[in-house]
Design a protein around this ligand. Structure first.
Ligand code: PMP
Length: 365
């Protein structure tokens, strides 16, 4: 890597100069948002009430995360020292990589997967080693296991994964933890609530397991930026050295408590999404387009060569979906977030009409 001669003024690190720009397609999203796997409705009304009680005076203080970390830890059956709240899981990933990845280290990950692992790894001096899933997009267990070597320092597994919706089993994850004792095994459970399976109970029992969770999906708090990392005290101690003490703001801390308490709302929303997912999958099957089985609040569908036009037609019908064509092995594939049953009925109509307009099928009614 040579420093670009075109840079005027102070030059950033060479690593940073080599980084790809990443611009998520935000903007003009005042439609049915089936593009970012968010909660498509609202957070718990209890969160709104908690926000309304925030006083102007309380905003003058720096946020105190520790009492809330203790509440979250108790909720997860962990010790407070095992849990760190973060500014979304994105910050958790960033901080974890900054803590552990150095020159000659490797980040091992299956692809396609969540984009930010490679983005944050590219800001370090480590190398990302990507193992591509087969066409069924199932977790490439054997090949990923075979890629472990003494340089492997972090293994990042989104479980369930995005954009595929597929999941690794508990046994597979345990095998990774055992076969790479010199590496941190990050299990990113961003979509845990829709999957129902977790390895959170193993935190502190395995020396290298770190689990991430977000409040951006089922809880409906993406705008507040709330996530967490849970791991053995010995590892979390290092993570806390890198983590800003104030990166989770006080509004987020207030809302977190209220969101955790309202389990009825969370259960209702997750139940609604799971019911909607079955109905929408049936609608997709009737249209005879390929889809991948999903354990999360989205499904990936095969649209083919006219994927860009498809996304435009859906947008024109008021439904935002996400083209994943630039992901490894995903050309022509589009990810559709699952919302409520009512929203997904609307999405199914738009899907049918878009496919009819493209001349690639659609139902005759
Ligand atoms: N991990 C995965 C697997 C995700 O899909 C996402 C969000 N799309 C995140 C982490 C980021 O979550 P957060 O909003 O908490 O930063």
């Amino acid at each position: 890597m040579n420093q670009s001669p075109r840079i005027a003024g102070p030059a950033p690190r060479l690593r940073v100069q080599a980084m790809k720009e990443y611009h998520p397609p935000l903007g003009s999203r005042d439609k049915l948002r089936l593009d970012f796997n968010e909660n498509t409705l609202a957070c718990s009304p209890k969160v709104r009430e908690a926000l309304a009680e925030v006083s102007a005076g309380s905003l003058t203080r720096y946020p105190e995360r520790e009492p809330v970390e203790a509440i979250v830890a108790a909720h997860l059956g962990l010790k407070p020292e095992q849990v760190a709240l973060t500014n979304g899981v994105d910050e958790a990933i960033h901080v974890l990589f900054e803590t552990f990845l150095e020159a000659d280290d490797e980040l091992l990950l299956p692809v396609p997967t969540y984009t930010m692992y490679e983005v944050y790894a590219s800001a370090t001096d480590a190398r990302a080693v990507a193992v591509e899933a087969a066409d069924d997009l199932q977790f490439p267990f054997e090949r990923l296991l075979a890629a472990i070597n003494p340089r492997t320092k972090v293994i990042a597994i989104a479980n369930p994964n995005s954009p595929s919706g597929s999941a690794a089993t508990r046994e597979q994850l345990l095998e990774f933890a055992a076969r790479a004792p010199h590496a941190v095994l990050l299990v990113d459970e961003a979509y845990f609530h829709f999957h129902g399976e977790t390895v959170m109970d193993l935190v502190g029992k395995l020396p290298n397991l770190v689990v991430a969770r977000t409040f951006s999906k089922a809880y409906g708090l993406a705008g507040l930026r709330l996530g967490l990392l849970a791991g053995p005290v010995e590892l979390m101690r290092w993570v806390r050295r890198v983590l800003s003490p104030y990166s989770v703001n006080s509004l987020a801390l207030v809302c977190l408590k209220a969101a955790l308490e309202d389990t009825a709302y969370l259960d209702w929303y997750v139940g609604e999404v799971l019911a909607a997912r079955s109905e929408f999958e049936a609608a997709v099957d009737r249209l005879k387009i390929r889809r991948w089985p999903s354990r999360a609040n989205f499904i990936l569908v095969e649209i083919g060569a006219r994927h860009e036009e498809f996304v435009r037609l859906m947008r024109a019908a008021g439904v935002l979906v996400r083209d994943r064509s630039s992901d490894p092995g995903c050309d022509g594939r589009v990810r559709i977030t699952i919302g409520t049953r009512e929203q997904m009925k609307h999405a199914a109509v738009a899907l049918n009409e878009a496919l009819t307009a493209l001349g690639s099928g659609g139902e005759t009614q």
